[in-house]
Design a protein around this ligand. Structure first.
Ligand code: ZN
Length: 160
């Protein structure tokens, strides 16, 4: 959607009909100075988090200070990319046609502690469960944006 239309208030005022606005573009994250290292790592298919040098707390989303001790010495460190589904929902009616339904939006708690809102991919929605172990997978949307999504961990094979 054109930013100029939005900033002019035309869209929110309903003065621009849906037919005049591209509906097929998936909305994308917009990296900031603070979050750019995260997105750069995603482009390399690496998941990184901030970690406080003072109290060792892992921090996500990217911040300028530690939410635990208010320290400002935050460093980027690798994440295991593994976590657990805290909760999820299945979306059947997408906001734009750019999203293929159904899809799963979940809160995943990383093994390091922080939680992130993400998509569960690679499984039918009815296979998703709260508490399931997941592993990060990367979805390249554009040359700039690669999204960290998560997939269910394969269940351990039981020896015969
Ligand atoms: Zn801290």
């Amino acid at each position: 959607m054109s930013e100029s239309l939005v900033s002019a208030g035309l869209v929110s005022a309903g003065l621009v009909s849906a037919g005049l606005v591209a509906q097929s573009e998936r909305p994308l994250p917009r990296p900031t100075v603070l979050s750019e290292p995260f997105w750069a790592a995603c482009r390399e298919r690496r998941l990184i988090l901030q970690q406080c040098a003072g109290c060792q707390t892992h921090v996500f989303i990217p911040r300028e200070f530690c939410p635990s001790c208010l320290g400002t010495d935050l460093r980027w460190v690798p994440s295991s990319g593994q976590g657990t589904i805290v909760t999820y929902t299945v979306v059947w009616r997408a906001q734009t046609p750019a999203f293929e339904v159904p899809y799963v939006v979940a809160v995943v708690r990383l093994d390091e502690g922080p939680e992130l809102v993400t998509n569960i991919i690679g499984s039918p929605p009815d296979a998703v469960r709260i508490g399931a172990a997941v592993q990060v997978e990367f979805l390249e949307l554009t040359p700039e944006i690669t999204l960290p999504c998560f997939a269910l961990m394969p269940r351990a094979e039981v020896a015969p």
